[in-house]
Design a protein around this ligand. Structure first.
Ligand code: SAH
Ligand code: SF4
Ligand code: F3S
Length: 470
């Protein structure tokens, strides 16, 4: 059996590199290197994509800057997951018109998930005329080609046709961190949860070849990266389009067998595909961090069915039980949506009771936001905004109490942490992360940044732990 999803031929990637070289030569004639700014919204997948965009911009002779002020090129990598995210993008893109008036040769690009929504592309075309280039995530690898067209012809370019997407390897990357790295193992989503825009804007599920992924991880470890997160919208469906019987637990175990001192994380796991095989690998591989983000979305089976999640409340709880049986101290985080169309108060209370039963370490709570083109956006939604936000407040309050209690249980324990940066508070000049990714504030020698160390936890808040070197 051959792989069932397409791979971009190497010569097509090579052509993009030639466009980069051509632009680099043009930029080299300028008195100082031109500046490029990439602004990222949304999930880690988008962060990872922005590292590729920065890699390509560097190849084109740009220097990366941290602000739009004085930038010759601005790239906005957008997120479409909720209305609020889109409003922020429209507000910020609108404000760029002033800078462009002062510097008409500035090039403004908008990419990412919003670009793939037809009504957004239309709005950009009509009313955001200062945006020069718009392209969706599946066309990311062609950025140099599009950019060159804008650069040389000064015309607007829109590349937003719907696309299932393919795998593009060998793009340059400029990583933001020195200790933590993202590695996309797959792209797209086939799940079509009824509220979610991602499958419409990110194309079909497709997996990178295991050898390429493992090589990338090996190189990162050699370069000194200590904390590596494998990314996919649902990593548990990794490998379904590949030859042989490759699956995510196998890939994870192979990655964990790479020599060196580092931790592996992954996100996100769809509960319907989280298997005991995965939990076994987590339990048996020391380098796989004992933490899992397992979004449950709702604690009520009728709502879960309407969401097209394809598991019941009981099945979710059974997964959690199977996981904790193997790793009793596993750190468990989740996502939940309040106010899905038609969700009644008793149904919402099932969500409350689920969080009391599971006791997540942290929870990302969202109020349902209708997305154009998804089935849920067409469902009747008689519940008022006020009722939804009252439920939301109840949920946040309950989770804050649980998070605090969970953190209190760390006091007096010693945790092996990666010291990952400088803190903002002078009394706690360092930050660290436990294996379960809990934030720890501590005092110590900044030379320790980048090392694993044992930290005794002395205090906590809802959001963080406080400790000292043990
Ligand atoms: N692929 C990941 C989630 C990506 S989106 C997964 O399946 O777990 C991250 C979270 O945003 C989702 O888990 C969900 O809780 C939330 N979300 C997605 N669409 C939403 C919508 N229309 N309104 C509110 N929250 C939404
Ligand atoms: Fe969206 Fe569901 Fe896919 Fe996650 S699994 S990206 S929530 S459709
Ligand atoms: Fe947003 Fe796209 Fe990620 S919609 S959450 S940036 S996949």
């Amino acid at each position: 059996m051959k792989r069932t999803t397409p791979v971009i031929p190497a010569e097509d990637i090579q052509r993009q590199k030639e466009y980069c070289a051509e632009l680099r030569a043009l930029n080299a004639e300028k008195p100082t290197p031109p500046l490029a700014y990439v602004d990222t919204y949304g999930c880690q997948q988008n962060e990872a994509d922005s590292e590729l965009l920065r890699g390509m911009l560097c190849d084109m002779g740009y220097q990366i800057t941290g602000t739009d002020q004085g930038a010759d090129v601005i790239v906005i990598n957008t997120c479409a997951i909720r209305e609020h995210a889109e409003q922020r993008v429209f507000g910020n893109v609108g404000a760029l018109v002033h800078g462009k008036r002062k510097n008409p040769s500035q090039i403004i690009c908008l990419c990412g998930c919003m670009a793939q929504e037809p009504h957004v592309a239309e709005r950009l075309r009509q009313t955001y005329r200062h945006v020069d280039l718009v392209f969706g995530p599946q066309a990311l690898w062609r950025f140099p080609e599009f950019f060159r067209r804008v650069y040389l012809r000064r015309g607007r370019v829109f590349e937003t046709d719907p696309s299932d997407g393919a795998i593009a390897e060998g793009l340059p990357v400029r990583r933001s961190g020195k200790l933590k790295a993202w590695v996309s193992i797959m792209y797209g989503c086939n799940n079509f949860c009824s509220y979610c825009i991602v499958p419409y804007v990110r194309g079909r599920e497709r997996s990178r070849e295991p050898d390429i992924i493992l090589n990338e991880i090996r190189q990162l470890v050699e370069q000194g990266y200590k904390d590596i997160t494998l990314l996919g919208q649902n990593v548990n469906s990794y490998g379904r389009d590949l030859e042989g019987d490759m699956d995510f637990p196998t890939l994870l175990a192979q990655a964990a067998a790479i020599p060196g001192e580092f931790l592996l994380r992954f996100m996100t796991s769809h509960p319907k595909d989280a298997t005991e095989k995965l939990f076994d690998v987590m339990a048996s591989c020391e380098k796989v961090a004992p933490v899992i983000h397992l979004p449950f979305q709702s604690g009520n089976t009728r709502v879960l069915t309407a969401m097209n999640r394809r598991y019941t409340r009981e099945q979710y709880l059974e997964k959690v039980r199977a996981l904790r049986e193997r790793i009793p101290s596993v750190v468990l985080t989740s996502d939940v949506i309040v106010g899905f169309p038609g969700e009644t108060i008793p149904e919402f209370e099932d969500t409350l009771s689920l969080i009391e039963e599971v006791r997540f370490d942290a929870l990302f709570t969202f109020i349902y936001s209708p997305r154009k083109g998804t089935p849920a956006a067409e469902m009747p939604d008689p519940i008022s905004k006020e009722e939804k936000s009252a439920s939301f407040d109840r949920l946040v309050k309950a989770q804050n109490r649980i998070s605090l209690e969970k953190h209190q249980a760390y006091i007096g324990t010693v945790q092996r942490c990666l010291i990952d940066g400088a803190g903002e508070d002078p009394r706690n000049n360092l930050t660290a992360r436990t294996a379960g990714n809990r934030l720890v504030h501590l005092t110590g020698d900044p030379a320790l940044i980048g090392q694993f160390a044992d930290i005794r936890i002395t205090d906590c808040s809802t959001w963080a732990l406080f400790g000292e070197l043990a």
